[in-house]
Design a protein around this ligand. Structure first.
Ligand code: PMP
Length: 417
């Protein structure tokens, strides 16, 4: 079976960083495990169990091969949220120094613009007595080895820095940070959810101890993820979050999601085979998207480092337009905005704010993420819609008129009456 094309879809899907379509080849690989090979992978007494176990073993090999690991180092989870929780809480509690509930249990380093699935476990650990440093990126959004190095202390037990940011696609200095941690014998975890399957990964070369990723970001099914846990040089131990039948080397009990795992493995195999060509193709499309929009309009800014970014993702702010009106104007494109709905209000993205992007520009930013089925025709249509919407909104903006008259509106003193 080939990857196939998608019958004309409306709206155009440009939100692949949120989730991807499951590849039909992945679905095909999963199907027999629902209805024919439906055994429990832990059943040792009959062929149903053996078949299921074979499926899981193959997937373990496919996942390990994608990241240069040993299959024994793959722990199945329900997704990257769980993988991050297991890695961060599991390592912190295992390598903690003082008794629970006391201060001085150990120091953890992470960054302010990590995903909530990293930040929230860190906050919980703070309540348990761990000390956490949240590094702040510069305007380019990067976390460098130098920043991490400056934060390390004698009692640092864990560093968790994501490989690529989910909102802006920037790529942190993960191999260098890993090397630094290995030299200092500090456990290093990376949330690689947006990275694995898109970019070459080698846990040995890149000095990774713990790495999280997820099926549904790489054309696999939702609800299945993996955690890489290093077994040698050094052997990393984790305190389990879920106790039960001792599955997954005791680190994650529970009957394995065989169908999901089989799909995850197939998705890894496809990514490994197609990553280079896919990355090249999507980079060209992303460049076209960015360059055409920037060439056609002024006051358009790309958020995050210009070069050190994922090939398929861009985050662009448009000055002098109001965010919600912009989203209303591009209903034919499914993408994310720089605002997050928290309760009744729209909050500007904390990731963009951490780069120093102002509230207005954060609200009027779009995250456009391309994927396996994105076409040039779709990119052309998106460019046209976005440009038209922005140009239309600017015709109604008195501030844009002032800007065109050469007035720097940041110097205007507004009077309140
Ligand atoms: N980390 C990052 C960087 C992500 O982008 C996501 C998904 N938005 C997650 C973690 C959570 O992944 P999952 O949906 O598999 O729990």
């Amino acid at each position: 079976m080939a990857k196939g094309s998608i019958p004309d879809q409306s709206p155009i899907y440009m939100d692949n960083a949120a989730t991807t379509r499951c590849d039909p080849r992945v679905v095909e690989a999963m199907l027999p495990y629902f209805t024919e090979m439906y055994g429990n992978a832990s059943s040792r007494n009959h062929s149903f169990g053996w078949q299921a176990e074979d499926g899981v073993d193959t997937a373990r090999e496919q996942a390990a091969s994608l990241i240069g690991a040993n299959p024994k180092e793959i722990i199945w989870t329900s997704g990257a949220t769980e993988s991050n929780n297991l890695a961060i809480k599991g390592a912190a509690r295992m390598y903690a120094r003082g008794p629970e509930g006391t201060t001085g249990r150990g120091h953890i380093v992470t960054a302010v613009h990590e995903h909530k699935a990293v930040l929230d476990p860190c906050k919980r650990l703070q309540r348990e007595g761990f000390d956490v440093t949240y590094l702040e990126p510069g305007a380019d959004g990067l976390i460098t080895a130098e920043m991490v190095s400056g934060a390390l202390r004698d009692d640092t037990i864990l560093v968790s820095i994501m490989w690529a940011n989910n909102e802006i696609g920037t790529i942190n200095e993960v191999p260098e940070i890993g090397k630094l941690c290995h030299d200092r014998e500090i456990v290093f975890h990376t949330d690689a959810t947006q990275w694995v399957g898109k970019m070459p990964t080698d846990v040995e070369r890149d000095h990774i101890d713990l790495m999280s990723w997820s099926g549904h970001k790489m054309y696999g099914p939702k609800g299945v993820g993996a955690l890489y846990v290093r077994r040698r040089r050094p052997r990393i131990r984790l305190e389990a979050l879920v106790d039960g039948g001792g599955h997954e080397r005791g680190m994650r009990s529970g009957t394995l999601n065989v169908t999901g795992i089989v799909g995850f493995g197939k998705a890894c195999e496809l990514c490994q085979a197609e990553m280079d060509a896919e990355g090249e193709r999507l980079l060209k499309l992303r460049r076209k998207l960015e360059q055409t929009l920037m060439g056609r309009m002024d006051v358009v800014a790309i958020n995050g480092h210009e070069e050190k970014r994922l090939p398929h993702l861009t985050n662009i702010s448009f000055g002098f337009v109001e965010g919600e009106s912009l989203m209303m104007g591009i209903k034919n494109i499914a993408c994310s905005s720089g605002s997050a709905c928290t309760s009744a209000s729209l909050e500007p993205s904390y990731v963009l704010k951490s780069l120093g992007v102002g509230d207005d520009l954060a609200h009027s930013s779009l995250r456009l993420s391309l994927g396996r089925w994105s076409t040039e025709a779709e990119v052309d249509e998106a460019i046209e819609s976005i440009a038209k919407a922005v140009e239309h909104l600017r015709t109604m903006s008195p501030l844009y008129d002032l800007h065109n008259e050469g007035i720097d509106i940041s110097t205007i003193e507004w009077q309140a009456h």
